[in-house]
Design a protein around this ligand. Structure first.
Ligand SMILES: [Zn+2]
Ligand SMILES: [Zn+2]
Length: 186
């Protein structure tokens, strides 16, 4: 599934942000709890525009996570009102821009808008693409039975089953192997 580059980047960042919620990603802890966590997230996912790195910004980012996670539990049609509400709440005003060596892409919020607002709107814009491309089946939960992480499948044939937060695929293979062995010896 080929989305525009900025759409894919936004979807990966949104999934990563959702996966910082407790009991969602690689562990049970909230992994966006401290200033260091925020730094780590911003090192992994680059954002241009204003970044303050204060507690208010951290709390605002933490606060949009449930709203982003909701998108992973909706159908294509069900997502439409949620996405439209996010665009409205963030006062989205799409503009084509070019900067810092990136090709033409869309910014739907001014650079000085708060980071949480920019991420909310950027995620909504990316989901606009997902809905328009009728690709909502790529918006998935990890297939590992002990993992609640989310991801978007960008593979050509739509065969990706596990998230990117740990080694869910390997772990499930090992479990299946052990089960088979146990059944054989039983
Ligand atoms: Zn940009
Ligand atoms: Zn997983």
């Amino acid at each position: 599934m080929a989305f525009a580059h900025d759409t894919e980047v936004s979807l990966r960042a949104a999934a990563a942000l959702v996966n910082t919620l407790p009991r969602t990603g690689a562990g049970t802890a909230d992994t966006l709890a401290t200033a260091e966590d925020l730094d780590a997230f911003l090192a992994e996912h680059e954002y241009t525009g204003a970044i303050v790195r204060d507690d208010a910004e951290l709390q605002a980012l933490r606060a949009i996570r449930p709203r982003l996670r909701e998108l992973w539990g909706l159908s294509r049609t069900g997502a439409v009102p949620a996405v439209n509400a996010m665009l409205r709440d963030g006062r989205a005003q799409p503009q084509l821009v070019i900067h810092d060596g990136y090709d033409w892409h869309i910014h739907a919020t001014p650079d000085e808008a708060p980071l949480a607002t920019r991420i909310l709107v950027e995620t909504a814009m990316a989901f606009v693409d997902v809905v328009r491309a009728d690709a909502y089946d790529r918006v998935r939960h990890c297939a590992a039975d002990d993992c609640a992480a989310v991801y978007v499948d960008f593979s050509k044939n739509g065969s990706k089953r596990y998230c990117d937060t740990g080694n869910c695929g390997n772990r499930m293979n090992v479990n299946a192997y052990r089960r088979r062995k146990a059944e054989e010896s039983a």
